[in-house]
Ligand binder design. Sequence first.
Ligand SMILES: [Zn+2]
Length: 397
Amino acid sequence: MEIIGDIKNYDWGKLGSESEVVKLMQSGDETFIVDEAKPYSELWMGDHVSGQSKIKGTGEMLGEFIQRDCDNIIGGQSKLPFLFKVLSIRKALSIQVHPNKTEAELLHAKYPDIYKDANHKPEIAIALTPFLALCGFRPHSEIYNLLKFHTELCELLDVDNIELINTNGTEGLKTCYTKLMKSNDENIRKCINGLMIKFENDDSKLAVVFRQIQKDFPYDVGSLSLFFLNLIELHPGESIFLAAKVPHAYLSGDCIECMSCSDNVVRAGLTPKFKDVENLLGMLIYDGSPAKEKLFQPEILDRNHKFTWIFKPPVKDFAVAKIHVPSIINSYEIINSKFGSIILVVSGEAEMCGTEMESFMLKRGKIIFLPSKVGPVIKLSNINHDFICYQAMYNDF
Ligand SMILES: [Zn+2]
């Protein structure tokens, strides 16, 4: 059945029809009206209470629909374990980390107003357009060299602390990052001013991103995290998986995102919101690894589904399939999870049919919720152009 996603207009979103969220909505619904001055940051697809999808036609909330017959709709689960999104980013999102399940429960019990969920929030991002992100700590030697190279950072963090990265590895890095996050505003301002002068005519990636972040978040300590975290550029179709405790930030571009159904975020910078420095520093994983190791690879489902690539993270709550059927193929079978799934079409057209469902024309921008009762096999026929869709489901692979 067709559903309508919930649009978020957070300040960091791309404006008007620049936004991938708007482009998809307009393709799926000719009557969609866009406000060019407004940011369209996210499209939520799922039953999370903070942004539920609605059923097209009846307007019923997806969560209510599911609750009426959990057995037949989501295979006896109590709610969807995942939240599926499209993100369209003009301005960096906060540097953040997500707690693991135990930490999430503790934080929620202690600070229910700040941490509204008791669930963990691992997430995966798959680029739809060139996508820039910060992800995990750089290798220790790389951080050491970067910090030593810039006298402004040596001054702020203290050379003795920086040397500890060489001699004490993760503990040394923790000391330096703690020193950074606890530095006073005046020292941070001085350091950033020095770097801004130095980077004025520098067109290295690091300098360009540093200047951009300064423009959006002047003197925010988060911009200095650039020297600690891997700067990753994803090409369309490439992906990163963010496990618990890995620091990250999305900087620009459009992506598909899927996560455990939660909203738990501990923030460290690039945000006007509350920065929980103590919890953050205690929670982070201080291991370093090269940017290229952060890329998360999908696998072909099996011999009978050679156009289906599965992104299978090491958590049960979700997996994402990318289905790309070339236009020369006329029909193709896709799978459905026994707990139901959600499909977002990003390109092409196809007719879809399964048990207990009427045939339905899929095209770019359409969002389909497939209840478990439609069975494990869905048929696509009359495929036009290259057909590409993303499908979020429970990870029982
Ligand atoms: Zn995140």
